[in-house]
Design a protein around this ligand. Sequence first.
Ligand code: ZN
Ligand code: FE
Ligand code: FE
Ligand code: ZN
Length: 266
Amino acid sequence: MIDYHVHTSLCHHACGTIEDYYRAACEKGLMEIGFADHFPLEMMDYRPARPVTMAARELPYYLAKVEELRERSADPAVRLGAEVDFIPGKMKKIREVLADPRFDYLLGSVHFMGDWDFTHPQFQEEFGRCDLWKVYRDYFDLVKDACRSGLFDIAAHIDVVKKFGYRPSSDLRPLWQAVIDEVKRADMCVEVNTAGLAAPVGEIYPAPEFLRMCRRRNVPVSLGSDAHRPEDVGRNLDQAVALLKAVGYQEVATFSRRCRTMVPLE
Ligand code: ZN
Ligand code: FE
Ligand code: FE
Ligand code: ZN
């Protein structure tokens, strides 16, 4: 089992230290744990009301600390990643920082549409006031732009816009297909993220039919719990693996210094 999406207290909305998460990964018998804490939004001139990412001054500590753990850990192996928000027009500023040779992989995420933090429970009522088709279309447009940026290895929780259960009644497959085409063009993976199971929507990211379409296009996948507490490391990954097998996947992606290696699903 591999978990490539865990956070730490450095992002100001998760708990537990890097060591706490590593200990949890040992206890759960994971093969690899990948740290993917939230990359500093302030480096993209984006300042939400409350801090939801590392501060820029905390990034060097995070990189050094995870790298140091990575160097002395073999079982489970440690990987150094980050979950990076795609903020249109602001990605040039961080291109060099993201090229740090220590990174094993980068997750690309969309959590903001304009200044709407749409994955935050506090702002979910906004969905009720919006044309949901337009919200979905705008969201997936941002995901496509994130893919085109060429900065990322993995598209994180690719249909997270469904988190609170608001969905347009129309067929979403044309939107999904367009995104999958961009993921494929960018040679990225789609993340199978189990946090959706515990969210109001109660469904893994991406939706089973979305994943089936990824399989048809031969898009590789990675695995992540999106743990924000050490006890959530590896949570429900067995369900993710079962779903992957059900739609025909036989392997998942691992990364080392931005190079992808596929490993068989047990
Ligand atoms: Zn988070
Ligand atoms: Fe996220
Ligand atoms: Fe996350
Ligand atoms: Zn996340």
